[in-house]
Ligand binder design. Sequence first.
Ligand code: GLN
Length: 536
Amino acid sequence: MNKFIFVSGGVCSSLGKGVAASSIGALLESRGLNVRMVKCDPYINVDAGTMSPYQHGEVYVTDDGAETDLDLGNYARFTKGRLSLANSITTGQVYESVIRKEREGKYLGKCVQVIPHITDEIKDRILAVSNEENDNDVVIIEIGGTVGDIESIPFLEAARQLIHECGKKNAISVHLTLIPEVAGGELKTKPTQHSVKSMQEMGIQPDILICRSPVMMDEPTCRKIAQFTNVDLDAVFTSPTIDTTIYQIPIVFFDQKLDQVILRKMGVESRHADMRPWNSVMDHFKARQGKVRIGVVGKYMNIHDTYASLYEALFHASLECGVEAEIVKIDSSDFEKTDDADSILKDIDGVLVPGGFGERGINGMVKAAQWARINKKPYLGICLGMQIMIIEWARNVLNWADADSTEFSPASKHPVVSLLEEQANIKNYGGTMRLGASETVNEDGSHILAAYGKKVILERHRHRFEFSNQYRDDMINSGLRLAAFNSDKTLVECVEWPHEDHPWGVAVQFHPEYKSKPMAVSPLFRDFIAAAKKCK
Ligand code: GLN
């Protein structure tokens, strides 16, 4: 029988529930168990695809093209289990399918209610993940939001029912809370006591507490928490504030024997944990020498979460290349206005233009790409960043001053980036995008082929606009390299600046950052950082 671990949060949001859930997954995998991760998001959007980056951070895309919560990115970086649409459950999806079934008459005239119909739908979806593959051992379900939120109630109720139905040995509750420190350095347990009371009111007795605290909690503090919450003393853990990297969290939990307590509570026997891969990540982290400064030129620079996978991929590359990658965030709208690009970019060793939508700040990105091309600085363009590289080339090398993407300038005489014809008539958002994994074939002699070391690669897409094929000859004849295509060569997947003029300028239509992991860095990010290090 499959085991279930429900991870909930209390006191406040942003405590790192996703990283905690992922770290538990990593620890169980290190003992040879097969783990699947599920995120329950209480918002009513059907998926994260239509949400503003300001509201919700990055949209993480899976191989099957689901536009999901950024926590799935954490799961992907910490664990090995397959992630797809099924691993992201939102209130919007649940209601959409219950209402559809009601319209189809599937409820046989019953009054359709939150309990049992909505909760059953949630449970069915969780069980579907656990039954998807027959070698699953554990499903970890992270419940978004904070206990006490109105919108999380159906998810917590579904968790309560599953814990009751499966029995305590097969389903446990892990609750993450905050232990604040007040003046004088005293750690306060009261918010945690209240948070556990809220869980108990929902009918769930947490089995394990993970307390975010500025420092490791001492024994008397843990004892007090245990006493007031009915949680075993050895099941109260600290997630201390660390100044290294989130990839140390599995080790921090391992040192406190969190995995042993979880396995004991679920009655699971497993082999000893093999923590060598995580220890090796930390060894690489400590061994880095020197620094490269990477200018990320984008639209949402004041919110870290918007480019979560991208920043992580740069970090993974820095581990692999043995050099720290300092991220210099450059707001493209501000950069657009400056007359002195040189002074802003003067210490930058590489320029990265990430994905994005909409017109604002585009000329700032074009200016940054031009600077990197002329100053022979490594450039990595991702999705919009590839379209920017094409626009910059058309404007400044082909001297088509009005060259643009039809996304920003529908009337341009030189629409070097445009909508695929078959998409042009679709109006409904969510459904018009090229989403998910598809094959890219790399051309001989290209940087991208050198990076991946193989002709055919599988990477994920999330975009509407494409390189306009009518300009292929103009681009090639002026020196731009079309370095990779989709399998039938109808779409350009990668462009590169001429190798004889520039050390490393590569831009791709897909998003390599989604598949980068600390132990399996994206080849393009690795070669980008390596080029920045070499050119420094
Ligand atoms: N806005 C561009 C498009 O839709 C790029 C999208 C992206 O960068 N993800 O094609």
